[in-house]
Design a protein around this ligand. Structure first.
Ligand code: ZN
Length: 373
């Protein structure tokens, strides 16, 4: 049977993306915090494959290659410009093979990823174009289904990237890490949206930096800007899994939190909050819904479960348990009355989870003046 492509799937209903790769690998000891380059695809392929498989099992429709920051300039940057162990081509090819293996287990789409390059800031557009072009060349013969650019903070940089992506003749998805304040130069959300749409991309939206609540606000503005100009594009939202409302007006979002990167765990959304996010995103007109840093397989499972009526697809994990722990509680030792309560969505939806830390605050003070790419 021929695999349905991205655009056909989007025309039929929601597409569920996958979640974090870099953050999850770092947590598990397979990537360097701060660098987040993906040498693990060659050094620890089983670790990367396991992450892919967990997303597939949770119900993701997409397996995104573990190629974030996998350009030669960024790999050199990550090592402090010492000798680089692997080239961009080595990493991209190895990553595609792992993604293919996992994707074949549930008829998933393979997305070849692009991310910002230090050359853009340090040397300019043409140097950046060369890096994107090398990465595109690595994807050329790899049987991927579409390409996705993510984490871009400068509208001009993603435009340059999109020009190189277009040479692959595949559907194009563009994501910027923008909050209500727009891109790094203050380009408004609406202008970023229109310029992304005008690159010829098929899907546009946001990923990373901001949480689901802030990101949905931004997506609503993107949608309104497109409608105003009579432009019709599918929308994508892949926010951070960390709740960080106090960073909404900070250009770097959750990266400006004092807890970044090692103490963010208490902010990770619950799976019920992931259910709510999926519904709100779909209702706002977003049809490609997944997650970024902090999003783990159980969150993707919640998205897949929430959108099950629209997708008419069960996550593979349903052979073990249904949403809201239906099967989970069947033979548990809790009382019959409590079992009934726990099985209902209302109980979980009204939950206000505690942190377990008597003096923990609900928000912290974001740091200002930080710069990074
Ligand atoms: Zn992220």
């Amino acid at each position: 049977m021929v695999k349905k492509g991205l655009l056909q799937r989007l025309s039929e209903g929601p597409v569920v993306g996958d979640g974090s790769m870099c953050f999850l690998l770092e947590k598990r000891g397979y990537a360097k915090s701060g660098m987040f380059t993906p040498e693990a695809v060659i050094d620890y392929p089983e670790a990367v494959l396991q992450v892919h498989r967990e997303y597939v099992r949770s119900g993701a429709d997409v397996v995104q290659t573990a190629t974030f920051y996998a350009t030669d300039d960024k790999l050199a940057y990550g090592t402090g410009k010492e000798k680089v162990a692997y080239s961009s081509v080595d990493i991209n090819k190895a990553a595609c093979e792992l993604a293919r293996k996992a994707a074949s287990e549930n008829d998933c789409l393979i997305a070849g990823g692009f991310s910002p390059v230090p050359s853009f800031r340090d040397e300019g557009e043409e140097a950046a174009r060369k890096e994107f072009s090398k990465q595109a060349d690595a994807y050329r013969n790899e049987s991927i289904d579409f390409v996705i650019a993510e984490f871009f903070h400068d509208i001009r940089e993603i435009e340059v990237c999109a020009e190189e992506m277009r040479k692959l003749n595949l559907p194009i998805v563009l994501c910027m890490r923008i909050g209500p304040g727009g891109d790094v130069n203050g380009t408004a959300v609406e202008d970023c949206a229109l310029r992304m749409a005008k690159t010829g991309a098929d899907v546009i939206g946001t990923n990373c930096s901001f949480d689901c609540n802030t990101s949905i606000k931004v997506l609503k503005r993107i949608k309104a800007a497109l409608v105003h100009e009579n432009l019709d594009k599918y929308l994508i939202c892949q926010p951070t899994g960390f709740l960080c409302p106090e960073t909404e007006d900070h250009p770097n979002g959750f990266f400006s939190l004092p807890e970044y990167p090692l103490c963010l765990d208490p902010r990770i959304m619950t799976r019920i909050e992931a259910h709510r996010f999926a519904r709100q995103a779909w209702d706002a007109g977003v049809s490609y819904i997944g997650g970024c840093c902090g999003f783990e397989p159980h969150h993707i499972r919640s998205i897949a479960e929430e959108l099950e009526p629209e997708r008419k697809l069960n996550p593979p994990v349903h052979d073990m348990a249904r949403a809201f722990g239906g099967e989970f509680f069947k033979n548990s030792l809790t009382s019959e009355l409590r079992k009934e309560v726990l099985r209902t969505g209302d109980y979980w939806y009204s939950m206000n989870p505690a942190s377990g830390r008597p003096f923990s605050s609900s928000v912290s003070k974001p740091k200002t003046g930080m710069k990074f790419q």
